[in-house]
Ligand binder design. Sequence first.
Ligand SMILES: NC(=O)c1ccc[n+]([C@@H]2O[C@H](COP(=O)([O-])OP(=O)(O)OC[C@H]3O[C@@H](n4cnc5c(N)ncnc54)[C@H](OP(=O)(O)O)[C@@H]3O)[C@@H](O)[C@H]2O)c1
Length: 268
Amino acid sequence: MKDAQKYGEWAVVTGASSGIGRQFAIQLAEQGMKVVLVARSADALTRTATQDIRTEAKVISADLATPEGRDLLLQEIAALDVGLFVHSAGNAYVGPYLDAPDDMDEGLIAIHVSATTQLTRAISQRLVARGGGGIILISSVFGMFPMPFSSVYGAAKAFMLNLGEALAVELRDQNIDVLSVAPGGTKTRMGDQLGEVIDLEKMAMPMGDPAVVAHESLAALGWRDTIVPARRNRLMTRMAHLLPRNMVKKQFGKMLESALIPQPKSET
Ligand SMILES: NC(=O)c1ccc[n+]([C@@H]2O[C@H](COP(=O)([O-])OP(=O)(O)OC[C@H]3O[C@@H](n4cnc5c(N)ncnc54)[C@H](OP(=O)(O)O)[C@@H]3O)[C@@H](O)[C@H]2O)c1
C-alpha cells in the first residue's frame, strides 16, 4: 500500500470467508488494520475472525446478492471509520450459455454488478466525507476479453473492471485510490468448483495462490489502477491484447469449449 495511513482504522472485505477475500482480510490485519468480514456463511466468517485475524474483527453475515443484505452491511458499518473497501464476494458459471440454470444470471449479475455498484457508491461517499481512502474490486482475466462459454460471468467481470478503471480516474481528485484486480485461475473454493466443470489442464492458465493475489494487489494499491496478479497471467494477457480481439475471443472460446467436462443433464 502506497500510504497505509490513508486507509484509516477499518477495512471492509466481502467474500472474506474463503479464498481471495479471506487472504485480503488476513494480510490487512497483519498490516494492523481492523477488518469487517462479510459473506453469507456466519460460521466460516467466525472461524476466519477467531483463527486467522490478529486485530479486531467484526463479522457480518449478509447475502450481498440481495438489496436487504447490502443494506444490512451498510447499516452495520455506519459507525466505523472505514477507509478501505475490498469487494471479493463472487460466484462463477462456466458452461454453454443455453445450459445455464435459470437463476444463474440473476445471482451473477446481482453480486458482480448490483452489489459492486451500490456498495462502491455508498462507501465512496463515506470515503469522500473522511477525506480519502481506497477501493479494491476483484474482477478477473475473464473480464478482459469476450469469453464464450463463460459469457455472463465474463461480461459481469468486464463491468467490474470498467467501473473500477473509470472510478480510478474520477475519484482520484477526492484522494480515493481505486484498484481493479484481474486474477487468473486461483486455487480457492471457486477454483475447485471450476475444476468440476472444466479440465483445468487444458486451460493455458496455471492455478495461482490466493495469498499472492492479495499480496500483489495490496502492494499495488495507490500506485496502479489495474493489476493482473502473477507474472505468467500478466504475460498471457499482454500477448492477448496485442492480437486482434476477434481472434482472441475465438481462441478463448475454443479453449474453454474443449476443456468443458460433460455434465449430467438435470431432470426437470
Ligand atoms: N478462483 C478463481 O479462479 C478466480 C479467478 C478470477 C477471479 N476470481 C474472483 O475472485 C473473487 C473471490 O473468489 P474466490 O476464488 O476467492 O472464491 P471463493 O473461495 O468461493 O470465495 C467467494 C467468497 O464470496 C462469498 N460470496 C459468494 N456469494 C455471496 C453472496 N451472495 N453474498 C455474500 N458473499 C458471497 C463466499 O462466501 P459465502 O458462500 O459464505 O457467502 C466466499 O467468501 C470472486 O469475485 C471471483 O469471481 C476468482
